[in-house]
Design a protein around this ligand. Sequence first.
Ligand code: B12
Ligand code: SF4
Length: 476
Amino acid sequence: MKKNTIILFNPMPVEHPVAITNKMTTSLQVPLINVPLSLLALARMVRDDFDVKIINAVVDSDYLQKILDACNDALCLAVSSMTCYQIRDGIEVCKAVKEHNPSLPVIWGGYHPSTEPVQTLNNPYIDIVIRGQGELTFKELVHKLKNKESLNGVKGISFKDGGRILENPAQEFKSLDIFPPIPYEMVDVEQHVKGYKFAKRCLDYYASQGCAAGCDFCSEPLFCGRRWSGLAPETVVSELEYLAKTYNIDTFMIRDSDFFINIPRLKKICALLIEKNPGIRLTSVNGRMEQLWRIDDDVWGLFKKAGIHEIFFGFESGLQEALDAMNKGAKTSQIKVCVDKCIKHDIDIRGSFMVGIPGMDAKEEMIRTFEEINGIISAYGKMGELEHMDILLSFFTPYPHTKLYDASTRNGLKPLDTLEDWGDFDQFDFKAPWYPQEYFDLVKEFRAGMPMNSGCDYGKWCGFYEGIVERFGILE
Ligand code: B12
Ligand code: SF4
C-alpha cells in the first residue's frame, strides 16, 4: 500500500547575501551548511510508516518548487524554525503551499514556535505547533492526522480548533537513549560535509539535548525547562565510529548545548575514544566556563587525548555586572583560567561575547569586553598561534519570553507582537534602542579589525587596538 507523504522543511536561516554566497552565517565564521539534525530527529520516528521527504533550503536549490510538487498528495508539511530569518522564509513557503493546497495541515516546531506558540498560530498559514522535544509528539500527531482523529489528547501541541487556539499539556522530556539513531542516510551526506579550519571533512553530530543552566537571555531554559539528556557513552562512541568510517569524516562539529555537563559520563566517552582511537577530532564543543575552569588538569588531558580539538565557550561579557544581569552564574575571572587551560592542553578556543545588555553602563561594558577579547588575542598572538583561537562578537538580541526580552521592552524595545515581526528582526546586528550609535559603530569596527576577521598579524592588531583604546577617552 502506498505510504502517506510527510514533508519536513528546514528554511533558510539567513537573508544576508554575503552569508548565502559564502555558505556561512552572518558571523562569517560559522558554516551555514548543517546536517538538518532537527528534521532527521523527527524522520527517524516516522520513516517506517510514512514516505518522508526532507527539504533543506541551505542545500536544496529550488526548494519552494520541490515542496509545492511534494504537497499535492502529502499528509502534512512540517517546518523547523529558530528565531531568525527562518521564520520569514518559512512563512513565505507556507503561504505558497496554502494557496495551492488550503487543507494541508502545516505544523511548526523548533525553538521559536516552542517558545512563542500562540503568536505562531496567529499566523494564518500555520495550523499546529509542537512545543519542545519533537520525537514522540510528532509521531503521535502524524498518526492522528492519518487516521483523522481528534488532536485533543496529544501532549505537547498547540493547535487551531475552529476559531480557537487550544494548548494541550506539555509532553515529557524523554531520554535520548530511547530513540533510534539519527538516520544520516536519509539525506545526501556529501552535500553536508564541510571544511572547517583544520578539518577537511567535518560533519554535525549531537550527543545530548537541553541544558541545565538558566541564562536569562537564552531560549534553551524555556525550551527544555532546564532538563538535559545525554546518549550513553557507548552509543556516542559507536555512532561516531560508524559515521567516521561510513562517510570518511575526520572531524565532528558537536551541536550539544552543554557537552561537558556530566563529567563521569564524559570521562567514559573520552576513555572509549582513546581506546578505540577512531582517528577523529571533535570541534566547536560547547562548554560552560563556570564548569570547565574548575576541572582538573588530568581530565583536560583526557579531553585532548580523546580528540577534543576546540571548545566553544559562551564567555558573553567582560563586565561582571552584565554576566550577573544575564544570570550566567560565572565570573569574568574564569575567562582567563579557561584560556590558560586551553593553551596548556593545546585545545583551540572559540569564545563568544556580546554587548548591549539592557541596563548596563554601555561604555564600561564595551571597554571591559574589548579588554577580555584583547587578552585572548594577545595570549595566542604572543605565541604566534592566532589560528588556534576564534572570537564571535555580537550584539545582545532579545528572544521570546526571556527575562532579558522583558528588560528590553522596559528599555524602549518595541514589542514584537507577530510572527512576522520576529522573522524580520535583525538577529545578528541588532541595534537596541538603548545602545548608543557611536558604540555600535565602534564595536563593529573592532570586530572587523580582529585578526580572525581582518587577517592581520599580531603586530598589526596591537597597533589597531591601541588606536581603539585611544578613542575610549573621547567617548561620552
Ligand atoms: C546547528 C545550529 C544552528 C545552525 C542552523 C541550524 C538549522 N536549523 O538550520 C546555524 C549555524 C546556521 C545556526 C544559526 C543561528 N542560530 Co542556531 N543553533 C544550532 C544548534 C547548535 C543545534 C541545532 C540542532 O541541530 N540541534 C539538534 C536537534 C535534534 O535539536 P532541535 O533543533 O532542537 O530539534 C528538536 C526540537 O526543537 C524539535 N523540533 C525542531 N524542529 C522541529 C520541527 C517540527 C515540525 C517539529 C514537530 C519539531 C521540531 O524536535 C527536535 C527533536 O527533539 C542549536 C543549539 C542546540 N543545542 O540545539 C542552536 C540554536 C538553535 N541557535 C540559536 C540561534 C539564536 C541562532 C542564531 C539566530 C544566532 C545568531 N544571532 O546568529 C543563528 C541564525 C542565523 C544567523 N544569524 O546566522 C538558538 C535558538 C534560539 C531561538 N529562540 O531560536 C539555539 C538554541 C542556540 C542557543 N542556545 O541560543 N544555528
Ligand atoms: S549555558 Fe548556554 S545553552 Fe545553557 S542556558 Fe546558558 S546560554 Fe543557554
